[in-house]
Ligand binder design. Structure first.
Ligand SMILES: [Zn+2]
Length: 333
């Protein structure tokens, strides 16, 4: 079986459809047909922008407000990822989005960690190999008035670092408020030795990537629009900054409109540390094996290039040296 690593996977955009159905029933919400559910949860080719894309998170978010729901969702997602051949995943979510029914951010984090731990314990019992290991990335949100919530997330990332949490991120609609406005939170993360990645260069152009660099990011969520700026591309290569590329998602949000000109191969051959990831499995109706297949078919991505993408992900993962040794050994088998 092929082995995959995903470094950029949003929990709320990747809730398995069967889990949505199950939880809606538990909450006595009116049942939707499969077609209606698909329309609620996934974009189609009519999607015009990142903002339209983000509308698809409304229903999942309603189902992510209790400990039970959060635990169930991450558990079910991990089962699905394991079936797809993933051996390591970093799953991200914003704890401050899960406090609408009385949970604190800390409660939400604990609930997701409990789902992760249950999966890991069950996997051990079932003795299935290779194992899927996973870590959680906590997202700060690009809102206007949430300084307090963002700072709380930074502190909680430190508290749970190494206990399920592996890092921080900055997410949400790109553009209205520039990345650099959030610099103080990442200065604090740096002080606390919490690793981080920052979304940039997706809906917003090269300048947002420059800002993420100025904020000390070693990994960029997407970053693909660096291709518009040769000088910036050179700087990213020189600094060995890792791009977390997500092809289908970039087509959906119109960051790119032609998959056959998706620049991942070009960047790879220039020496850029690119990785391939799924972003939002349910919203984009995709998964990581599908992303690889798509680029094989549309851009002639080769097995050797795929191995490089995998090894780039190992190097960039927010994990221990021992875990990196395990992951490298898996691909060499
Ligand atoms: Zn993302």
């Amino acid at each position: 079986m092929r082995k995959f690593i995903d470094l950029h996977l949003h929990l709320d955009g990747s809730v398995p459809v069967a889990t949505v159905k199950k939880l809606m029933k538990e909450h006595n919400m009116p049942a939707l047909s499969d077609e209606e559910l698909r329309q609620e949860l996934s974009v189609d080719s009519s999607c015009k922008s990142l903002d339209q894309f983000l509308e698809k998170f409304a229903l999942p978010n309603k189902l992510m407000q209790t400990r039970h729901d959060l635990k169930t969702i991450v558990y079910d997602l991990l089962v699905e990822l394991k079936q797809q051949g993933l051996v390591y995943a970093e799953i991200r979510f914003a704890p401050q989005l899960h406090t609408k029914k009385g949970l604190t951010q800390e409660d939400a984090i604990e609930a997701v960690i409990s789902g992760l731990n249950k999966f890991l314990a069950d996997q051990k019992k079932q003795k299935t190999s290779p194992e899927l290991h996973a870590g959680l990335i906590l997202c700060l949100m690009r809102f206007a008035d949430n300084q307090k919530q963002n700072m709380e997330t930074v502190k909680l990332a430190k508290k749970f670092l190494g206990k399920g949490v592996v890092g921080l991120d900055l997410a949400g609609a790109e553009g209205p408020i520039p990345n650099i406005k959030y610099k103080s939170f990442f200065d604090q993360a740096k002080k606390l030795d919490v690793p981080y990645t920052i979304h940039a260069g997706e809906a917003d152009g090269p300048d947002s990537i420059r800002q993420a660099l100025a904020m000390g990011a070693k990994r960029i969520g997407h970053g693909i629009r660096c291709a518009e700026d040769p000088e910036l591309t050179q700087e990213l290569i020189k600094k060995q900054i890792v791009l977390e590329c997500c092809a289908t998602s970039n087509m959906n949000t119109k960051a790119f409109d032609q998959i056959d000109s998706y620049p991942i191969k070009k960047l790879l051959h220039k020496g850029m540390k690119v990785t391939l990831n799924s972003d939002d499995m349910t919203v984009s109706n995709t998964n990581l094996p599908h992303e690889y297949k798509l680029l094989e078919q549309q851009t002639n991505l080769t097995p050797a290039e795929e191995t490089t993408l995998y090894l780039n992900a190992v190097d960039a993962a927010f994990t221990t040296p021992d875990e990196k040794i395990r992951l490298k050994a898996l691909i060499q088998k």
